[in-house]
Design a protein around this ligand. Structure first.
Ligand code: NAP
Length: 248
């Protein structure tokens, strides 16, 4: 039977690369996104042109209603879920902690943490053997920032990824006997549009000198690790992390 994966935030960047690779590996893919319809449709078209199966679903995963709509669409249009990649995430303009207001913190934690909890909840309800499901895998997209703290740039973002790491460990242990593995990747500086949201589109090229490998990463290099963690080749890996940060 065809495996079905939901990838949040898959209209561009790491999510889009993961969607393309998942489709190439035989998954039917749900390309979730927030507002960029054209980009999401282009990812689906590319997958279909290569002979794969994909749907695009616009839904804000920072909100419970959006998450419900996303998983309803998957149930109706694709079938029984087998995998989730919690990839959607945001960062905001670089600033110090002593400049941050409560509204910003709420946006960051809703988009980066609540989204992962809510999507994981829906996936576990569908995949857990405890609920009559046949198992599956979850990969959370955390960040090297959870280890490094992002001082002077976005400590809020780094802390939100720390919460994603803890979710990964806790949920992995909670569902370990229910056929579900839960792991995470922690990318370093990857060439995507997220850095423009922080006010510095050229950030990766500025900071790559701090990376032992002296280069930024490509979204495809993160996607490969995600697909390995989702696959049966990672059958004894749960509650663990792959750091993809060029040695940082
Ligand atoms: P990106 O290029 O900015 O893409 C973000 C994606 O998430 C877009 O598809 C966007 O949809 C979607 N999105 C944002 N908020 C959403 C929401 N509330 N609901 C649904 N979709 C939402 O990001 P990226 O760099 O590929 O990052 C992907 C993940 O990797 C994030 O969790 C990020 O924190 C993590 N990461 C990135 C790096 C890096 O250097 N790039 C490093 C470490 C970790 P629209 O296009 O429709 O807005």
């Amino acid at each position: 039977m065809k495996k079905i994966v939901v990838i949040t935030g898959a209209s561009r960047g790491i999510g889009a690369a993961t969607a393309r690779l998942a489709a190439a590996r035989g998954y039917a893919v749900c390309v979730n996104y927030l507002k960029n319809h054209a980009a999401a449709r282009a990812v689906v078209a590319e997958i279909e042109a290569a002979g794969g199966q994909a749907i695009a679903v616009a839904a804000d995963v920072a909100e419970e209603a959006g998450v419900a709509r996303l998983f309803d669409a998957v149930d109706r249009q694709l079938g029984t879920l087998s995998a989730l990649v919690n990839n959607a995430g945001i960062l905001e303009t670089q600033m110090r902690v002593d400049e941050m207001d409560a509204a910003r913190l709420q946006r960051i934690f809703a988009a980066n943490v609540s989204s992962c909890f809510l999507c994981a909840r829906e996936a576990v309800r569908r995949m857990s053997t405890k609920h009559g499901g046949s198992g599956g895998a979850i990969v959370n997209v955390s960040s090297a920032a959870s280890r490094l703290g992002s001082a002077g740039e976005y400590v809020d973002y780094a802390a939100s990824k720390g919460a994603v790491d803890t979710l990964t460990i806790g949920l992995a242990r909670e569902v370990a006997t229910e056929g579900i593995r839960v792991n995470a990747v922690r990318p370093g500086f990857i060439y995507t549009d997220i850095h423009a949201s922080g006010g510095e589109p050229g950030r990766v090229d500025r900071v790559k000198e701090f990376v032992p490998m002296k280069r930024g990463g490509r979204p495809e290099e993160v996607a490969s690790a995600i697909l390995w963690l989702l696959s049966d080749e990672a059958s004894y890996a749960t509650g663990t992390f792959i750091d993809l940060a060029g040695g940082r």
